[in-house]
Design a protein around this ligand. Structure first.
Ligand SMILES: *[C@@H]1O[C@H](CO)[C@@H](O)[C@H](O)[C@H]1NC(C)=O
Ligand SMILES: *[C@@H]1O[C@H](CO)[C@@H](O)[C@H](O)[C@H]1NC(C)=O
Ligand SMILES: *[C@@H]1O[C@H](CO)[C@@H](O)[C@H](O)[C@H]1NC(C)=O
Length: 406
């Protein structure tokens, strides 16, 4: 993109994207989230090391420090469902953490994170109960917002189970109002579009939330991950137009390092989340993660694409007629260059050759481009827009490139 266009684009982005004004999530948040990997295991007798308990979150924080993940940008350690006791405090109406699994309490857990330069996220639900049937926030939003602020929680994920879907446009902003009123900044992650009964009003969602989950929960399978990528390519109702500093569409947590994906699938998963400017919240056991998966999560070049300050979500270029379910996606970056992903959803058994030109993928700057492969940082050379451009794309894989105009 040339300079004039870039300026115009930045201006437009500022217009469209007037979002939630809490100063948070200027780039997509990064960290760790318990749900996909640890779910709602509350039996700490049988599963002392993996039940939802303060021990688990402390162990993950320790590993984040040991693996130096903060230096890569990972800072949130996020609790998901199943942390509270089944009943609120009968006198104050406040939520209480399960006393057996969180004997020190959430406030102490937040201190534990802060002492390590990390942040604590928590989970609630705007219905009468959470998805796993713990007490919900309906009728208690002000109390809950105050409680989270008092505990110095840094992020709140607000689910929508057991609520009236017609209430989403009122419930989510109400919680935001009370969270703002506490004066304590808390990043607000909403599952609003997922539970909305009507066409989601993404402009209002962006004014209310820092993150919005718009698809179903991710699973640890290629089928699940690739269907999320399809969903972002289809971009139903243009949701990606609302992504930008302060507010991000959330394709759900990362399952890099878990059980279901091959190495190449994990690379494609991580690379595409970076293309979407998605939050990078990984749900993995950091105590046993493989070196290979860790290297993916610690790839600074890919993280830089995710954290690019322009904050655009990649668009799939449709109508390209490429072989073997390959699609091409482009994402403009703040420095005027473009990230390009060649993504092969299917498995054709071997790397597939794609012969095209940069002009075909919308890169038309007359002086040409200097292209590098993002994962390993290897230079591919310089190309005029019309010169032949040939790449190999792995099955269930990604070739992620950065094209710098010369
Ligand atoms: C509350 O909202 C105001 C106005 O949008 C904003 O300036 C302020 O930073 C917000 N405070 C918190 C804690 O989110
Ligand atoms: C999507 O949103 C952008 C920004 O608001 C707008 O320019 C574009 O026309 C929209 N596209 C569709 C298909 O609605
Ligand atoms: C292309 O970029 C690489 C770094 O990726 C750099 O080493 C090289 O000098 C650049 N080439 C040109 C012609 O700008």
């Amino acid at each position: 993109m040339d300079k004039m266009l870039l300026l115009l684009f930045l201006g437009l982005a500022a217009e469209i994207c007037s979002g939630l004004d809490n100063g948070l999530a200027r780039t997509p948040p990064m960290g760790w989230l318990s749900w996909e990997r640890f779910r709602c295991e509350t039996d700490c007798t049988t599963f002392p090391d993996s039940c939802i308990s303060e021990k688990l979150y402390m162990a993950m924080a320790d590993k984040m420090v040991e693996l130096n993940l903060k230096a890569y940008g990972y800072e949130y350690v996020n609790i998901d469902d199943c942390w509270p006791a089944k009943e609120r405090d009968p006198e104050t109406g406040k939520l209480v953490a399960d006393p057996d699994r969180f004997p020190s309490g959430i406030s102490a857990l937040a201190d534990y994170m802060h002492a390590r330069g990390l942040k604590l996220g928590i989970y609630e639900d705007f219905g009468v109960q959470t998805c796993a049937k713990y007490p919900g926030s309906e009728f208690y939003m002000e109390i809950d917002a105050n409680t989270f602020a008092e505990w110095k929680v840094d992020m709140v994920k607000f689910d929508g189970c057991n609520s009236d879907p017609n209430d989403s446009p009122y419930g989510y902003p109400t919680m935001q109002f009370y969270m703002n009123k506490t004066g304590h900044p808390m990043l607000y992650s909403c599952e609003w579009p997922l539970y909305e009964s009507k066409k989601p009003d993404y402009a209002l969602i962006r004014k209310t939330c820092n993150l919005w989950r718009n698809g179903h929960d991710i699973g640890d399978t290629w089928k699940s991950v690739s269907s999320v990528i399809d969903f972002y390519g289809d971009n139903d109702q243009n949701f990606s137009a609302y992504t930008g500093p302060g507010g991000w569409a959330d394709p759900d947590e990362l399952v890099v390092g878990d059980f279901g994906l091959s190495y190449y699938q994990q690379k494609a998963h991580f690379g595409m989340w970076a293309m979407f400017s998605a939050p990078l919240l990984v749900s993995v056991d950091l105590r046993t993660i493989s070196q290979e998966a860790l290297a993916i999560l610690q790839n600074r070049n890919v993280i830089a694409i995710d954290q690019d300050p322009l904050g655009v979500s990649a668009k799939r270029l449709d109508g390209m007629n490429l072989p073997n379910s390959i699609s091409v996606w482009t994402k403009p970056l703040a420095d005027g260059s473009t990230a390009v992903a060649f993504y092969q959803k299917g498995n054709s058994g071997r790397p597939t050759l794609v012969s095209t030109t940069l002009a075909n993928i919308g890169l038309a700057s007359g002086n040409g481009y200097n292209v590098t492969e993002v994962f390993d940082g290897k230079g591919m050379g310089t190309f005029k827009p019309s010169s032949p451009f040939k790449v190999l794309v792995d099955p269930n894989g990604i070739l992620l490139l950065k094209a710098v105009p010369m």
